[in-house]
Design a protein around this ligand. Structure first.
Ligand SMILES: Cc1cc2nc3c(=O)[nH]c(=O)nc-3n(C[C@H](O)[C@H](O)[C@H](O)COP(=O)(O)OP(=O)(O)OC[C@H]3O[C@@H](n4cnc5c(N)ncnc54)[C@H](O)[C@@H]3O)c2cc1C
Ligand SMILES: NC(=O)c1ccc[n+]([C@@H]2O[C@H](COP(=O)([O-])OP(=O)(O)OC[C@H]3O[C@@H](n4cnc5c(N)ncnc54)[C@H](O)[C@@H]3O)[C@@H](O)[C@H]2O)c1
Length: 511
Protein backbone atom coordinates (compact mmCIF):
# COMPACT_ATOMS: atom_id res chain seq x y z
CA UNK A 1 0.00 0.00 0.00
CA UNK A 2 1.44 3.35 -0.96
CA UNK A 3 1.62 6.16 1.51
CA UNK A 4 -0.66 9.14 0.86
CA UNK A 5 0.48 12.65 1.51
CA UNK A 6 -1.93 15.28 2.77
CA UNK A 7 -1.54 17.16 -0.51
CA UNK A 8 -3.19 14.53 -2.68
CA UNK A 9 0.11 13.39 -4.14
CA UNK A 10 0.64 9.69 -3.57
CA UNK A 11 3.96 7.95 -3.45
CA UNK A 12 3.87 4.43 -4.77
CA UNK A 13 0.64 2.63 -5.67
CA UNK A 14 -1.56 4.42 -3.17
CA UNK A 15 -5.29 4.62 -2.87
CA UNK A 16 -7.08 7.92 -3.42
CA UNK A 17 -7.36 10.32 -0.55
CA UNK A 18 -10.94 11.38 0.16
CA UNK A 19 -11.84 14.04 2.64
CA UNK A 20 -15.29 14.33 4.12
CA UNK A 21 -17.04 17.24 2.42
CA UNK A 22 -18.45 19.41 5.09
CA UNK A 23 -19.19 23.04 5.70
CA UNK A 24 -18.58 26.01 3.47
CA UNK A 25 -20.99 28.00 1.41
CA UNK A 26 -23.91 26.38 -0.29
CA UNK A 27 -24.32 23.34 1.94
CA UNK A 28 -27.57 23.62 3.93
CA UNK A 29 -26.62 20.77 6.22
CA UNK A 30 -23.44 22.46 7.15
CA UNK A 31 -22.48 23.64 10.56
CA UNK A 32 -19.90 25.93 9.02
CA UNK A 33 -21.37 27.79 6.12
CA UNK A 34 -25.05 28.48 5.75
CA UNK A 35 -27.11 28.96 8.80
CA UNK A 36 -24.63 31.43 10.18
CA UNK A 37 -27.36 34.04 10.35
CA UNK A 38 -29.54 31.76 12.44
CA UNK A 39 -26.73 31.21 14.95
CA UNK A 40 -26.01 34.90 15.44
CA UNK A 41 -27.79 38.03 16.44
CA UNK A 42 -31.30 38.50 15.22
CA UNK A 43 -31.73 41.63 13.08
CA UNK A 44 -32.35 44.65 15.25
CA UNK A 45 -36.00 45.60 15.40
CA UNK A 46 -35.43 49.09 14.04
CA UNK A 47 -33.39 47.67 11.13
CA UNK A 48 -31.00 50.59 11.41
CA UNK A 49 -27.28 49.88 11.49
CA UNK A 50 -24.21 52.04 11.86
CA UNK A 51 -22.66 50.19 8.93
CA UNK A 52 -24.02 47.89 6.24
CA UNK A 53 -21.40 45.91 4.31
CA UNK A 54 -22.36 44.30 0.99
CA UNK A 55 -19.99 41.39 0.32
CA UNK A 56 -17.96 39.25 2.74
CA UNK A 57 -14.69 39.06 0.78
CA UNK A 58 -11.41 40.84 1.45
CA UNK A 59 -12.99 44.18 0.57
CA UNK A 60 -15.87 43.68 3.00
CA UNK A 61 -15.13 41.80 6.19
CA UNK A 62 -12.09 43.73 7.52
CA UNK A 63 -14.15 46.93 7.76
CA UNK A 64 -17.12 45.02 9.18
CA UNK A 65 -15.01 43.49 11.97
CA UNK A 66 -13.14 46.73 12.60
CA UNK A 67 -16.31 48.73 13.17
CA UNK A 68 -18.07 46.00 15.16
CA UNK A 69 -15.05 45.77 17.46
CA UNK A 70 -15.15 49.55 17.83
CA UNK A 71 -18.69 49.21 19.21
CA UNK A 72 -20.70 50.02 16.08
CA UNK A 73 -23.67 47.94 14.95
CA UNK A 74 -22.76 46.24 11.69
CA UNK A 75 -24.76 44.21 9.19
CA UNK A 76 -22.66 42.09 6.82
CA UNK A 77 -24.51 40.48 3.92
CA UNK A 78 -22.87 37.93 1.65
CA UNK A 79 -24.40 35.83 -1.04
CA UNK A 80 -22.16 32.84 -0.35
CA UNK A 81 -22.97 32.68 3.36
CA UNK A 82 -19.48 32.97 4.73
CA UNK A 83 -16.36 35.15 4.60
CA UNK A 84 -13.60 35.06 2.01
CA UNK A 85 -15.54 35.95 -1.14
CA UNK A 86 -14.21 34.62 -4.42
CA UNK A 87 -10.68 34.47 -3.06
CA UNK A 88 -11.61 31.58 -0.79
CA UNK A 89 -14.38 30.11 -2.92
CA UNK A 90 -12.58 29.77 -6.28
CA UNK A 91 -9.57 32.10 -6.30
CA UNK A 92 -6.42 32.65 -4.28
CA UNK A 93 -6.71 29.96 -1.61
CA UNK A 94 -7.85 26.96 -3.68
CA UNK A 95 -5.54 27.84 -6.57
CA UNK A 96 -2.57 28.07 -4.22
CA UNK A 97 -3.60 24.85 -2.47
CA UNK A 98 -3.60 23.04 -5.82
CA UNK A 99 -0.29 24.70 -6.65
CA UNK A 100 1.22 23.50 -3.36
CA UNK A 101 0.26 19.94 -4.17
CA UNK A 102 1.68 20.15 -7.66
CA UNK A 103 4.86 21.86 -6.41
CA UNK A 104 5.44 18.91 -4.09
CA UNK A 105 4.81 16.50 -6.94
CA UNK A 106 7.23 18.41 -9.14
CA UNK A 107 9.86 18.38 -6.37
CA UNK A 108 9.46 14.62 -6.06
CA UNK A 109 10.15 14.35 -9.80
CA UNK A 110 13.46 16.08 -9.17
CA UNK A 111 14.30 14.11 -6.04
CA UNK A 112 17.40 12.54 -7.55
CA UNK A 113 18.93 16.01 -8.02
CA UNK A 114 18.69 16.37 -4.23
CA UNK A 115 20.27 12.97 -3.63
CA UNK A 116 17.00 11.12 -3.00
CA UNK A 117 15.39 8.10 -4.63
CA UNK A 118 11.57 8.31 -4.73
CA UNK A 119 9.94 5.80 -7.01
CA UNK A 120 6.45 5.71 -8.43
CA UNK A 121 5.14 9.18 -7.62
CA UNK A 122 1.64 9.66 -8.98
CA UNK A 123 -0.59 12.75 -8.98
CA UNK A 124 -4.33 12.11 -8.74
CA UNK A 125 -6.42 15.15 -9.69
CA UNK A 126 -9.39 13.99 -7.59
CA UNK A 127 -7.17 13.59 -4.55
CA UNK A 128 -5.61 17.01 -5.14
CA UNK A 129 -9.14 18.45 -5.29
CA UNK A 130 -9.99 16.73 -2.02
CA UNK A 131 -6.95 18.31 -0.39
CA UNK A 132 -7.97 21.72 -1.80
CA UNK A 133 -11.58 21.31 -0.58
CA UNK A 134 -10.24 20.40 2.85
CA UNK A 135 -8.29 23.65 3.09
CA UNK A 136 -11.33 25.66 1.98
CA UNK A 137 -13.58 23.84 4.47
CA UNK A 138 -11.12 24.50 7.26
CA UNK A 139 -11.04 28.20 6.50
CA UNK A 140 -14.83 28.42 6.23
CA UNK A 141 -15.08 26.81 9.66
CA UNK A 142 -12.54 29.28 11.06
CA UNK A 143 -14.46 32.22 9.57
CA UNK A 144 -17.74 30.96 11.04
CA UNK A 145 -16.12 30.94 14.47
CA UNK A 146 -14.84 34.49 13.89
CA UNK A 147 -18.33 35.69 12.98
CA UNK A 148 -19.84 33.98 16.01
CA UNK A 149 -17.21 35.49 18.30
CA UNK A 150 -17.83 39.06 17.17
CA UNK A 151 -20.49 40.95 19.09
CA UNK A 152 -22.47 43.65 17.31
CA UNK A 153 -21.91 41.93 13.97
CA UNK A 154 -25.02 40.57 12.30
CA UNK A 155 -24.28 38.26 9.40
CA UNK A 156 -26.83 37.29 6.77
CA UNK A 157 -26.43 34.87 3.90
CA UNK A 158 -28.32 36.74 1.27
CA UNK A 159 -28.33 39.42 -1.42
CA UNK A 160 -28.38 43.13 -0.83
CA UNK A 161 -29.61 45.81 -3.20
CA UNK A 162 -29.96 49.55 -2.84
CA UNK A 163 -33.50 50.97 -2.91
CA UNK A 164 -32.04 54.46 -2.57
CA UNK A 165 -28.91 55.93 -1.04
CA UNK A 166 -29.94 55.01 2.55
CA UNK A 167 -32.20 51.98 2.23
CA UNK A 168 -30.95 48.53 1.33
CA UNK A 169 -33.21 45.56 0.70
CA UNK A 170 -31.78 42.29 2.01
CA UNK A 171 -33.07 38.98 0.70
CA UNK A 172 -32.22 36.38 3.33
CA UNK A 173 -31.50 33.07 1.59
CA UNK A 174 -32.05 31.04 4.79
CA UNK A 175 -35.26 32.56 6.09
CA UNK A 176 -36.63 33.35 2.64
CA UNK A 177 -37.46 36.87 3.85
CA UNK A 178 -36.90 40.34 2.47
CA UNK A 179 -36.05 43.09 4.93
CA UNK A 180 -35.35 46.76 4.35
CA UNK A 181 -32.47 48.08 6.43
CA UNK A 182 -30.77 51.45 6.69
CA UNK A 183 -27.15 52.30 7.32
CA UNK A 184 -25.47 55.44 8.61
CA UNK A 185 -22.62 54.27 6.37
CA UNK A 186 -22.70 51.62 3.65
CA UNK A 187 -19.69 49.81 2.19
CA UNK A 188 -19.98 48.14 -1.21
CA UNK A 189 -17.57 45.21 -1.59
CA UNK A 190 -19.35 43.17 -4.25
CA UNK A 191 -16.14 41.97 -5.91
CA UNK A 192 -15.65 41.00 -9.54
CA UNK A 193 -16.58 38.35 -12.08
CA UNK A 194 -14.67 36.59 -14.84
CA UNK A 195 -14.67 38.51 -18.12
CA UNK A 196 -16.11 36.77 -21.16
CA UNK A 197 -15.05 37.16 -24.78
CA UNK A 198 -17.82 37.75 -27.30
CA UNK A 199 -16.43 35.10 -29.62
CA UNK A 200 -18.24 31.98 -30.85
CA UNK A 201 -17.71 28.97 -28.60
CA UNK A 202 -16.48 30.92 -25.57
CA UNK A 203 -19.12 29.20 -23.43
CA UNK A 204 -17.31 25.89 -24.07
CA UNK A 205 -14.26 26.99 -22.10
CA UNK A 206 -13.42 26.20 -18.50
CA UNK A 207 -12.22 28.98 -16.26
CA UNK A 208 -10.98 29.12 -12.67
CA UNK A 209 -14.45 28.13 -11.47
CA UNK A 210 -14.20 24.65 -13.01
CA UNK A 211 -10.64 24.22 -11.75
CA UNK A 212 -10.76 25.66 -8.25
CA UNK A 213 -14.33 26.20 -6.97
CA UNK A 214 -15.15 24.66 -3.60
CA UNK A 215 -16.49 21.16 -4.29
CA UNK A 216 -15.83 21.53 -8.02
CA UNK A 217 -16.82 18.68 -10.27
CA UNK A 218 -13.96 18.23 -12.73
CA UNK A 219 -13.02 14.58 -12.26
CA UNK A 220 -9.93 14.43 -14.43
CA UNK A 221 -7.66 16.61 -16.51
CA UNK A 222 -7.22 16.30 -20.28
CA UNK A 223 -3.86 15.39 -21.83
CA UNK A 224 -3.57 18.81 -23.45
CA UNK A 225 -4.98 22.30 -22.89
CA UNK A 226 -5.02 25.66 -24.63
CA UNK A 227 -5.16 28.59 -22.23
CA UNK A 228 -6.48 31.88 -23.58
CA UNK A 229 -4.74 34.79 -21.82
CA UNK A 230 -1.23 35.03 -20.37
CA UNK A 231 -2.10 37.16 -17.34
CA UNK A 232 -1.95 36.04 -13.72
CA UNK A 233 -4.40 33.17 -13.96
CA UNK A 234 -3.31 32.03 -17.42
CA UNK A 235 0.36 31.71 -16.44
CA UNK A 236 -0.29 30.27 -12.97
CA UNK A 237 -2.62 27.59 -14.35
CA UNK A 238 -0.25 26.88 -17.26
CA UNK A 239 2.66 26.42 -14.87
CA UNK A 240 0.67 24.03 -12.66
CA UNK A 241 -0.80 21.94 -15.46
CA UNK A 242 2.53 21.66 -17.26
CA UNK A 243 4.06 20.33 -14.02
CA UNK A 244 1.36 17.65 -13.99
CA UNK A 245 2.43 16.60 -17.47
CA UNK A 246 -0.44 18.27 -19.37
CA UNK A 247 0.70 19.56 -22.78
CA UNK A 248 0.03 23.27 -22.39
CA UNK A 249 -0.25 26.07 -24.93
CA UNK A 250 -0.94 29.69 -23.96
CA UNK A 251 -2.30 32.22 -26.47
CA UNK A 252 -1.99 35.90 -25.57
CA UNK A 253 -3.35 38.93 -27.41
CA UNK A 254 -0.67 41.38 -26.23
CA UNK A 255 2.92 41.25 -27.46
CA UNK A 256 4.13 40.06 -24.05
CA UNK A 257 2.95 37.88 -21.19
CA UNK A 258 1.72 39.78 -18.12
CA UNK A 259 1.02 42.98 -20.06
CA UNK A 260 1.31 46.01 -17.80
CA UNK A 261 4.03 44.48 -15.66
CA UNK A 262 7.72 45.28 -16.04
CA UNK A 263 8.70 44.19 -19.56
CA UNK A 264 12.02 42.64 -18.57
CA UNK A 265 10.28 40.63 -15.84
CA UNK A 266 7.69 39.41 -18.36
CA UNK A 267 10.32 38.45 -20.91
CA UNK A 268 12.58 36.62 -18.41
CA UNK A 269 9.61 34.70 -16.99
CA UNK A 270 8.33 33.80 -20.47
CA UNK A 271 11.81 32.54 -21.46
CA UNK A 272 11.96 30.27 -18.41
CA UNK A 273 8.39 28.98 -18.89
CA UNK A 274 9.07 28.25 -22.58
CA UNK A 275 10.95 25.12 -21.48
CA UNK A 276 7.70 23.42 -20.57
CA UNK A 277 4.90 25.60 -22.01
CA UNK A 278 4.26 26.82 -25.56
CA UNK A 279 3.54 30.53 -25.24
CA UNK A 280 2.39 32.43 -28.30
CA UNK A 281 1.93 36.18 -27.91
CA UNK A 282 0.35 38.64 -30.34
CA UNK A 283 -2.59 36.33 -31.10
CA UNK A 284 -6.21 37.39 -30.58
CA UNK A 285 -8.47 34.39 -30.11
CA UNK A 286 -11.67 34.79 -32.10
CA UNK A 287 -13.41 31.38 -32.12
CA UNK A 288 -13.55 28.08 -30.26
CA UNK A 289 -15.04 24.99 -31.86
CA UNK A 290 -15.85 21.56 -30.39
CA UNK A 291 -14.39 18.86 -32.62
CA UNK A 292 -16.62 15.92 -33.57
CA UNK A 293 -13.99 13.38 -32.53
CA UNK A 294 -13.43 15.03 -29.12
CA UNK A 295 -11.39 18.01 -28.03
CA UNK A 296 -11.49 21.59 -29.20
CA UNK A 297 -10.04 23.86 -31.88
CA UNK A 298 -9.11 27.44 -31.12
CA UNK A 299 -8.83 29.97 -33.91
CA UNK A 300 -6.80 33.13 -33.50
CA UNK A 301 -5.47 35.96 -35.60
CA UNK A 302 -1.83 36.98 -35.24
CA UNK A 303 -1.00 40.69 -35.35
CA UNK A 304 -0.74 41.81 -38.99
CA UNK A 305 -1.83 38.42 -40.39
CA UNK A 306 -4.78 38.08 -42.77
CA UNK A 307 -5.40 34.36 -42.25
CA UNK A 308 -6.30 32.86 -38.86
CA UNK A 309 -4.16 30.15 -37.21
CA UNK A 310 -5.65 27.10 -35.49
CA UNK A 311 -4.63 25.06 -32.46
CA UNK A 312 -6.20 21.90 -31.03
CA UNK A 313 -6.31 20.45 -27.51
CA UNK A 314 -8.42 18.33 -25.19
CA UNK A 315 -9.75 21.39 -23.33
CA UNK A 316 -9.71 25.19 -23.56
CA UNK A 317 -9.32 27.31 -20.43
CA UNK A 318 -10.15 31.01 -20.49
CA UNK A 319 -8.29 33.52 -18.33
CA UNK A 320 -9.02 36.81 -20.06
CA UNK A 321 -9.39 39.05 -17.03
CA UNK A 322 -11.93 39.98 -14.40
CA UNK A 323 -14.33 42.91 -14.33
CA UNK A 324 -15.95 44.67 -11.38
CA UNK A 325 -19.30 43.16 -10.42
CA UNK A 326 -21.64 46.02 -11.34
CA UNK A 327 -24.89 44.17 -11.98
CA UNK A 328 -28.01 46.40 -12.14
CA UNK A 329 -29.38 44.15 -9.36
CA UNK A 330 -27.03 45.93 -6.95
CA UNK A 331 -29.07 49.14 -7.41
CA UNK A 332 -26.11 51.51 -7.81
CA UNK A 333 -28.21 53.84 -9.97
CA UNK A 334 -30.96 53.95 -7.33
CA UNK A 335 -28.30 54.91 -4.78
CA UNK A 336 -26.87 57.56 -7.12
CA UNK A 337 -23.38 56.02 -6.94
CA UNK A 338 -21.08 56.91 -9.84
CA UNK A 339 -19.34 54.07 -11.68
CA UNK A 340 -17.85 53.23 -15.05
CA UNK A 341 -17.13 49.82 -16.62
CA UNK A 342 -13.76 50.06 -14.82
CA UNK A 343 -15.44 50.10 -11.42
CA UNK A 344 -17.08 52.24 -8.74
CA UNK A 345 -15.42 55.65 -8.61
CA UNK A 346 -13.81 56.33 -5.22
CA UNK A 347 -11.31 58.77 -3.74
CA UNK A 348 -8.17 57.72 -1.87
CA UNK A 349 -10.25 57.11 1.28
CA UNK A 350 -12.59 54.78 -0.66
CA UNK A 351 -15.48 57.26 -0.50
CA UNK A 352 -17.87 57.35 -3.47
CA UNK A 353 -19.60 60.50 -4.72
CA UNK A 354 -22.35 59.78 -2.13
CA UNK A 355 -20.63 60.83 1.12
CA UNK A 356 -21.88 57.99 3.35
CA UNK A 357 -21.34 55.25 0.72
CA UNK A 358 -17.92 53.65 0.39
CA UNK A 359 -16.50 50.97 -1.90
CA UNK A 360 -13.54 48.62 -1.49
CA UNK A 361 -11.93 45.72 -3.31
CA UNK A 362 -12.30 44.47 -6.87
CA UNK A 363 -15.57 46.38 -7.36
CA UNK A 364 -13.49 49.58 -7.55
CA UNK A 365 -11.36 48.09 -10.36
CA UNK A 366 -8.18 49.18 -8.55
CA UNK A 367 -5.46 46.58 -7.98
CA UNK A 368 -7.67 43.48 -8.11
CA UNK A 369 -5.76 41.52 -5.49
CA UNK A 370 -6.90 40.15 -2.15
CA UNK A 371 -4.44 42.08 0.01
CA UNK A 372 -5.32 45.27 -1.88
CA UNK A 373 -9.01 44.61 -1.15
CA UNK A 374 -8.20 44.18 2.55
CA UNK A 375 -6.19 47.40 2.55
CA UNK A 376 -9.02 49.33 0.88
CA UNK A 377 -11.45 47.94 3.44
CA UNK A 378 -9.17 49.05 6.30
CA UNK A 379 -8.78 52.51 4.76
CA UNK A 380 -12.58 52.87 4.49
CA UNK A 381 -12.97 51.73 8.11
CA UNK A 382 -10.42 54.33 9.29
CA UNK A 383 -12.23 57.06 7.40
CA UNK A 384 -15.64 56.05 8.80
CA UNK A 385 -14.31 55.92 12.36
CA UNK A 386 -12.33 59.15 12.02
CA UNK A 387 -14.39 61.33 9.70
CA UNK A 388 -12.44 64.54 10.34
CA UNK A 389 -9.27 62.89 10.32
CA UNK A 390 -5.91 62.24 9.47
CA UNK A 391 -7.27 59.13 7.90
CA UNK A 392 -5.36 56.62 5.92
CA UNK A 393 -5.08 56.67 2.13
CA UNK A 394 -5.06 53.83 -0.40
CA UNK A 395 -2.14 53.85 -2.85
CA UNK A 396 -2.72 51.30 -5.60
CA UNK A 397 0.77 51.72 -7.04
CA UNK A 398 2.37 50.39 -3.85
CA UNK A 399 0.46 47.11 -3.80
CA UNK A 400 2.74 44.11 -4.13
CA UNK A 401 1.85 41.83 -7.05
CA UNK A 402 2.95 38.22 -7.04
CA UNK A 403 2.61 35.62 -9.76
CA UNK A 404 2.73 32.08 -8.39
CA UNK A 405 4.30 30.40 -11.39
CA UNK A 406 7.38 28.16 -11.19
CA UNK A 407 9.52 30.18 -10.73
CA UNK A 408 7.56 32.93 -9.01
CA UNK A 409 7.53 36.57 -10.08
CA UNK A 410 6.81 39.72 -8.13
CA UNK A 411 6.43 43.40 -8.78
CA UNK A 412 6.18 46.36 -6.41
CA UNK A 413 5.97 50.05 -7.28
CA UNK A 414 7.09 51.78 -10.42
CA UNK A 415 8.47 50.32 -13.59
CA UNK A 416 10.77 52.45 -15.78
CA UNK A 417 7.83 53.06 -18.14
CA UNK A 418 5.69 54.36 -15.26
CA UNK A 419 8.50 56.66 -14.10
CA UNK A 420 8.73 58.07 -17.63
CA UNK A 421 4.98 58.72 -17.60
CA UNK A 422 5.30 60.53 -14.26
CA UNK A 423 8.24 62.51 -15.64
CA UNK A 424 10.70 61.32 -12.98
CA UNK A 425 14.15 60.27 -14.24
CA UNK A 426 15.17 56.85 -12.92
CA UNK A 427 17.92 54.29 -13.37
CA UNK A 428 17.79 50.53 -12.87
CA UNK A 429 20.16 48.13 -11.12
CA UNK A 430 19.85 44.36 -11.15
CA UNK A 431 21.39 41.20 -9.79
CA UNK A 432 20.95 37.57 -10.77
CA UNK A 433 18.90 35.62 -8.23
CA UNK A 434 21.07 32.62 -9.06
CA UNK A 435 24.18 33.92 -7.28
CA UNK A 436 22.60 33.69 -3.81
CA UNK A 437 23.26 30.60 -1.70
CA UNK A 438 19.56 30.00 -1.14
CA UNK A 439 18.84 29.83 -4.89
CA UNK A 440 21.71 27.38 -5.38
CA UNK A 441 20.64 25.16 -2.47
CA UNK A 442 17.10 25.09 -3.88
CA UNK A 443 18.48 24.22 -7.36
CA UNK A 444 16.22 26.93 -8.74
CA UNK A 445 16.19 28.52 -12.17
CA UNK A 446 18.23 31.75 -12.01
CA UNK A 447 15.95 34.75 -12.63
CA UNK A 448 16.83 38.28 -11.50
CA UNK A 449 15.88 41.11 -9.17
CA UNK A 450 16.02 44.75 -10.16
CA UNK A 451 15.42 48.07 -8.46
CA UNK A 452 14.12 51.22 -10.14
CA UNK A 453 15.78 54.19 -8.42
CA UNK A 454 14.91 57.88 -8.66
CA UNK A 455 17.74 60.09 -9.95
CA UNK A 456 16.12 63.04 -8.16
CA UNK A 457 15.71 61.67 -4.63
CA UNK A 458 17.82 58.51 -4.69
CA UNK A 459 14.82 56.56 -3.37
CA UNK A 460 13.96 53.06 -4.55
CA UNK A 461 10.66 53.48 -6.43
CA UNK A 462 10.12 49.95 -7.68
CA UNK A 463 11.38 46.38 -7.28
CA UNK A 464 10.71 43.55 -9.74
CA UNK A 465 11.91 39.95 -9.61
CA UNK A 466 11.64 36.49 -11.09
CA UNK A 467 13.08 33.51 -9.24
CA UNK A 468 13.04 31.45 -6.08
CA UNK A 469 10.92 32.84 -3.20
CA UNK A 470 10.02 35.94 -5.25
CA UNK A 471 6.52 36.04 -3.73
CA UNK A 472 7.98 36.27 -0.22
CA UNK A 473 10.48 38.91 -1.35
CA UNK A 474 7.54 41.12 -2.35
CA UNK A 475 6.68 41.76 1.31
CA UNK A 476 10.08 43.31 2.03
CA UNK A 477 10.05 45.04 -1.35
CA UNK A 478 6.75 46.64 -0.35
CA UNK A 479 8.30 48.01 2.86
CA UNK A 480 11.33 49.34 0.97
CA UNK A 481 9.18 51.19 -1.56
CA UNK A 482 6.57 52.30 1.00
CA UNK A 483 9.25 53.73 3.31
CA UNK A 484 11.07 55.34 0.37
CA UNK A 485 14.43 53.82 1.33
CA UNK A 486 17.60 54.67 -0.58
CA UNK A 487 20.14 51.99 -1.56
CA UNK A 488 22.48 53.39 1.14
CA UNK A 489 19.85 52.83 3.86
CA UNK A 490 18.99 49.39 2.52
CA UNK A 491 22.67 48.47 2.29
CA UNK A 492 23.02 49.10 6.04
CA UNK A 493 20.43 46.43 6.80
CA UNK A 494 21.13 42.77 7.38
CA UNK A 495 19.08 39.88 6.05
CA UNK A 496 19.58 36.33 7.31
CA UNK A 497 21.84 33.86 5.53
CA UNK A 498 21.10 31.74 3.60
CA UNK A 499 17.80 33.28 2.54
CA UNK A 500 16.96 34.89 -0.78
CA UNK A 501 16.38 38.17 1.11
CA UNK A 502 20.15 38.69 1.11
CA UNK A 503 19.79 39.86 -2.47
CA UNK A 504 18.33 43.16 -1.21
CA UNK A 505 21.29 44.42 0.82
CA UNK A 506 23.86 42.94 -1.58
CA UNK A 507 22.34 44.68 -4.58
CA UNK A 508 21.89 47.91 -2.61
CA UNK A 509 25.56 47.95 -1.54
CA UNK A 510 26.62 47.65 -5.18
CA UNK A 511 24.72 50.76 -6.27
C1 LIG B 1 -8.21 32.03 -9.79
C2 LIG B 1 -7.89 33.27 -9.00
C3 LIG B 1 -6.74 33.30 -8.26
C4 LIG B 1 -6.43 34.44 -7.51
N1 LIG B 1 -5.27 34.43 -6.80
C5 LIG B 1 -4.95 35.51 -6.07
C6 LIG B 1 -3.76 35.51 -5.30
O1 LIG B 1 -3.00 34.54 -5.28
N2 LIG B 1 -3.47 36.61 -4.57
C7 LIG B 1 -4.29 37.69 -4.57
O2 LIG B 1 -3.99 38.68 -3.88
N3 LIG B 1 -5.44 37.73 -5.29
C8 LIG B 1 -5.78 36.66 -6.04
N4 LIG B 1 -6.95 36.66 -6.76
C9 LIG B 1 -7.79 37.87 -6.72
C10 LIG B 1 -8.69 37.90 -5.45
O3 LIG B 1 -9.50 36.74 -5.42
C11 LIG B 1 -9.56 39.14 -5.45
O4 LIG B 1 -8.78 40.29 -5.64
C12 LIG B 1 -10.33 39.27 -4.14
O5 LIG B 1 -11.16 38.15 -3.97
C13 LIG B 1 -11.16 40.55 -4.12
O6 LIG B 1 -11.91 40.64 -2.94
P1 LIG B 1 -13.31 41.42 -2.92
O7 LIG B 1 -13.79 41.38 -1.51
O8 LIG B 1 -13.16 42.71 -3.57
O9 LIG B 1 -14.28 40.58 -3.84
P2 LIG B 1 -14.79 39.01 -3.80
O10 LIG B 1 -13.76 38.18 -3.19
O11 LIG B 1 -15.23 38.80 -5.18
O12 LIG B 1 -16.00 39.09 -2.78
C14 LIG B 1 -17.21 39.71 -3.06
C15 LIG B 1 -18.33 38.97 -2.33
O13 LIG B 1 -19.51 39.75 -2.43
C16 LIG B 1 -20.61 38.90 -2.67
N5 LIG B 1 -21.66 39.71 -3.29
C17 LIG B 1 -21.65 40.32 -4.50
N6 LIG B 1 -22.78 41.02 -4.68
C18 LIG B 1 -23.53 40.86 -3.56
C19 LIG B 1 -24.80 41.32 -3.15
N7 LIG B 1 -25.54 42.11 -3.92
N8 LIG B 1 -25.25 40.93 -1.93
C20 LIG B 1 -24.52 40.12 -1.13
N9 LIG B 1 -23.31 39.66 -1.48
C21 LIG B 1 -22.82 40.02 -2.67
C22 LIG B 1 -20.02 37.82 -3.57
O14 LIG B 1 -20.81 36.64 -3.56
C23 LIG B 1 -18.66 37.61 -2.92
O15 LIG B 1 -18.73 36.65 -1.89
C24 LIG B 1 -7.30 35.54 -7.50
C25 LIG B 1 -8.50 35.50 -8.24
C26 LIG B 1 -8.78 34.38 -8.98
C27 LIG B 1 -10.06 34.34 -9.77
N1 LIG C 1 -1.22 35.80 -7.90
C1 LIG C 1 -2.20 36.67 -7.90
O1 LIG C 1 -2.17 37.66 -7.19
C2 LIG C 1 -3.39 36.46 -8.79
C3 LIG C 1 -3.61 35.22 -9.35
C4 LIG C 1 -4.71 35.06 -10.17
C5 LIG C 1 -5.58 36.12 -10.41
N2 LIG C 1 -5.33 37.33 -9.84
C6 LIG C 1 -6.25 38.47 -10.11
O2 LIG C 1 -7.28 38.04 -10.97
C7 LIG C 1 -7.33 38.90 -12.10
C8 LIG C 1 -7.80 38.13 -13.30
O3 LIG C 1 -6.76 37.27 -13.79
P1 LIG C 1 -6.65 36.98 -15.33
O4 LIG C 1 -5.39 36.24 -15.59
O5 LIG C 1 -7.94 36.42 -15.82
O6 LIG C 1 -6.59 38.46 -15.95
P2 LIG C 1 -5.36 39.36 -16.47
O7 LIG C 1 -5.94 40.68 -16.72
O8 LIG C 1 -4.20 39.23 -15.55
O9 LIG C 1 -4.94 38.67 -17.86
C9 LIG C 1 -5.86 38.49 -18.91
C10 LIG C 1 -5.06 38.31 -20.19
O10 LIG C 1 -5.93 37.87 -21.23
C11 LIG C 1 -5.50 38.50 -22.44
N3 LIG C 1 -6.59 38.46 -23.42
C12 LIG C 1 -7.77 39.14 -23.40
N4 LIG C 1 -8.51 38.85 -24.49
C13 LIG C 1 -7.80 37.96 -25.24
C14 LIG C 1 -8.04 37.29 -26.49
N5 LIG C 1 -9.15 37.46 -27.20
N6 LIG C 1 -7.09 36.45 -26.96
C15 LIG C 1 -5.94 36.25 -26.25
N7 LIG C 1 -5.67 36.86 -25.07
C16 LIG C 1 -6.58 37.70 -24.56
C17 LIG C 1 -5.12 39.91 -21.98
O11 LIG C 1 -4.29 40.56 -22.91
C18 LIG C 1 -4.42 39.61 -20.66
O12 LIG C 1 -3.03 39.41 -20.79
C19 LIG C 1 -5.91 39.44 -12.24
O13 LIG C 1 -5.88 40.65 -12.91
C20 LIG C 1 -5.51 39.59 -10.81
O14 LIG C 1 -5.97 40.83 -10.34
C21 LIG C 1 -4.25 37.51 -9.05
Amino acid sequence: MGKMSRNGVSIGPGKMLRLAREGGPGSPDSAYGLGVSSCCEVIKMDNAFDLIVIGGGGGGYPAAFRLARAGRSVLLVDDKGNLGGNCLYEGCVPSKAVRESIALFQHIQEADRFGLQVAGAHADWRAIRAYKDGIQTRRYRQHTEEIEATPRLTFIRGRARFLDSRRVEVTDHDRGTQTVVTGTDILIAAGSEASALTVPGFELTWNHHQLFAWQDTVESLPDSVIIVGAGYIGLEVASMLADLGVKTTVLEKADTVLPGMDRQLASVLADILHDRITIITGVTVNAIVKLPGGGYQVEGLAQGASEPRRWQAGQVISAVGRRPYLTPELGLDQAGVHYSPKGIVVDAMMRTNVPHIWAAGDVTGQSMLFHAAVRMSEVAAHAILDPDGTADRFRAEEMPATVFTRPEAMSVGWTREMAERFGEPVFEVERSMGVEARAQIALSTPGFLKMVISRQTGQIRGIHAVGVDAADLSAVAHLIVRLGLTPRQLGQMTFPHPTQFEIFDRLARNV
